[in-house]
Design a protein around this ligand. Sequence first.
Ligand code: HEM
Length: 454
Amino acid sequence: MSTAADAPPALREPRLVPLHALAAGIDFGRYFRWRHERDGDPFLVRFPGFGSVVFTGTPEGARELFRAPAELLQPPLPNPIEPMVGPASLILSRGTKHRQDRALLAPAFHRSRISAYGNVIRTAARAELAGERTGAAWRPGTRIDARAAARAITLRVILAAVFGIEESRRRDEYTTATTEFLNSFGGALFLVPALRRNLYGLSGWQRFTAARDRFDELIDGEIRRRRAHGDNGTDILGLLLDTRYDDGSPITECDLREQLRTLLVAGHETTATALVWALYRLHRDPETLARLRAELDTAGPDPDPLDLVKLPNLDAVCQETLRLHPPVPIVLRRLTGDFELRGIRLRAGDTMGVALPLLHADPAVWPEPRRFRPERFLERRYGPFEFAPYGGGHRRCVGATLADYELRIVLATIIGTVRLRLSPRFARGRMPLTVPHNIATGPHAAITFDVLEP
Ligand code: HEM
């Protein structure tokens, strides 16, 4: 029989929930730090409309959560991104379906395949530098909106890698359709499910569903085209069309559409945000920037993209950026049975999560945790429960290798080609706050750079 002394400790219930939500909405990182300092690890956060989450921000907690038996875990539902990706999405599926779909998708993202995209990634970065999107090349005197540039590059990479789109007319068609689809779902629609309804053809929801339908039509047309030619192609779409589940059956068209939308949604803004933060951090730290430039110089004038991904300083800069600014800052699991997280007993239906900004700032692991110091990644290796920008366990990001390649190759191409200076407003003073951007979080303001004489 258990006694009061044996009973697991209880978590402090936040009172004045709307004020907590407001504080978290204004400065998510600071709110989490405050709760962690005040309530210890783990702690309970209430998200109005989406329920409560028990968060850990320590390596011990991350180890327990990532190592929990897969059959005890589901993604949390309702999930604000469900209308974008669809219920069959890998992000939302569970149990056997998740395992089977992951087995189907993961080979397309294996390192051996992703390494084939090195040139595609560099071409995307060079096209942006040449001004293909805006009509204005990155010449001295030009001002660059880093988020718009980074999004254009990562979208072009996804379109080439997933759909094989490299020809300019088709790329324009896809870029318009995907941008309308991605931009039409945000803000209030994202957070308030009650707004997702039709209203005489005028509502934001109808604009969004129409944009989603147009995007799906494009995908359906592409699949028909490939089938008619008897050639599925060598890109990720082609691989998915060729692959079979263990029982020999192919993926259904509806599921395929939702997985393709998932890849677009999960792989675009996330990588773009990390690029923006990397550029921002580097240009606030002239010594690190100079070290990186020196390293890029040793790689020669036109290095093979696959050699770039091996450069140690470049690697350290990308890791340190993901440590300080994880684009997906919380990793959540919903329990289907009893589980204990850091000594707290949880039940079926409870949701637990890792708060990556806390995990990545644990002073026991990271000396001077708030300082941008990429060298720390040259001095020590960090374990998967200490550094987890791509989550962990059976749901770890399937696109992590592609994202790592993109970050390194795009950053090297930009830094190796032009000299930039943060616009005066960003060069000094407070760091921009981090706010939600669809599936990712990113700087609240459009960070701009001025192009300098070489
Ligand atoms: C810097 C860029 C990226 C970051 C920081 C990131 C981060 C994450 C995180 C934290 C998760 C949740 C993992 C978990 O629950 O344990 C995730 C899942 C996922 N990511 Fe990424 N991601 C990035 C880029 C990409 C790219 C490029 C793709 C594909 C094109 C992608 C596709 C996915 C998918 C499909 C999932 C769901 C995996 C599953 O539930 O099995 N991500 N990502």
